[in-house]
Design a protein around this ligand. Structure first.
Ligand code: FMN
Length: 161
């Protein structure tokens, strides 16, 4: 799969097959993801592999689409709001890199915005200097939905003199 194909064919996967995803593959994709741009080489991301007890405690309604793997992505906070934003931006690039690397090998991801929910921090035992950005279910898709139509990019494009 070339880069453009990976970017345009990746989908948010709702339900996964029970097939395991090997730790070696996960590490390979996470290592690739760490080539994300990040200011001053802070590498502000941290990844938690969510085990069964922690996963149960999160009480996610759809149980992350029954994904065999659940990963929580954290970003380092900072006192300076600009540094914090830059860290978040770099961590988002890291997450998307991970999603594309996995997708390139047929493994899908389900984004779950429960990181900011009251209690999630404690359940995940997030270190003080980190915040939860996203929790992903990761696995082989049961079904790949059709792409949702996007706004023509010309509607989002302005030219400055
Ligand atoms: C920051 C972020 C949070 C998201 N949170 C959720 C979520 O909580 N539940 C959900 O079903 N999808 C969530 N999504 C996935 C979007 O619904 C999905 O990307 C969008 O519908 C476009 O579909 P596609 O990714 O298949 O192109 C999230 C995506 C992002 C980037």
């Amino acid at each position: 799969m070339n880069t453009l194909e990976a970017i345009t064919s990746r989908r948010h996967i709702k339900q996964f097959k029970p097939d395991a995803v090997s730790e070696d593959l996960l590490k390979k994709w996470l290592s690739a993801a760490s080539f994300a741009p990040n200011h001053r080489m802070v590498e502000p991301w941290k990844v938690l592999v969510v085990g069964p007890e922690t996963r149960a405690a999160l009480k996610h309604g759809a149980n992350f689409g029954e994904a065999p793997v659940v990963l929580a992505f954290l970003s380092q906070t900072a006192e300076n709001p600009i540094d914090r934003d830059e860290n978040l931006i770099a961590t988002c690039a890291f997450i998307q890199n991970f999603c594309l690397a996995a997708w390139d090998e047929g493994v899908g991801t389900r984004w779950t915005s429960i990181g900011t929910k009251q209690g999630t921090r404690d359940i995940l035992q997030v270190p003080e200097q980190y915040e939860v950005v996203e929790i992903l279910g990761v696995g082989y898709p049961n079904e790949v939905p059709l792409a949702k139509e996007r706004t023509p990019i010309t509607n989002k494009l302005d030219y400055l003199p």
